[in-house]
Write a new protein. Structure first.
Length: 103
C-alpha cells in the first residue's frame, strides 16, 4: 500500500494493526477494504494443479526408462544459458516418471 500523503510504500505494523509510513509517519488501519496480512495466501497455502495440467500437454512417442510405456508428455524449458539449446522434459503418461533430454 502507498502512503496517501507522500506516496511512498507503507509497511504493515501488525502489532499496532496499521500500515505505517516510515517517511512521514502516516498510519492507516490494516483492513481498509484491501486484502492484506494473513488473508493473503502464502506459498504453502497455494493449491498445486500439476495433475490437471498434464492432460493438456503434448504427447510424444518416447519410451519411459522406468516402466517401458511408449508414450510421454513433454515440455521445453530453457534450463541453461540463452546461447544453449533448450531441454525437453518428459513425463510418463502411465507411471508419472520424469526425465530430461538435453539437445
Amino acid at each position: 500500500m502507498f502512503c496517501p500523503k507522500c506516496k511512498r510504500l507503507m509497511r504493515p505494523d501488525k502489532s499496532a494493526g496499521v500500515w505505517r509510513c516510515a517517511a512521514c509517519g502516516t498510519r492507516v488501519p490494516l483492513g481498509n477494504g484491501r486484502v492484506v496480512g494473513s488473508s493473503t495466501p502464502t506459498a504453502r497455502e497455494m493449491p498445486v494443479l500439476e495433475e490437471r495440467a498434464a492432460a493438456t500437454l503434448p504427447k510424444a512417442n518416447e519410451e519411459c526408462p522406468k516402466c517401458g510405456n511408449p508414450e510421454a508428455y513433454w515440455v521445453l524449458r530453457q534450463t541453461r544459458g540463452a546461447d544453449e539449446p533448450e531441454t525437453r522434459i518428459f513425463e510418463c503418461t502411465k507411471c508419472g516418471h520424469k526425465w530430461r533430454e538435453y539437445q
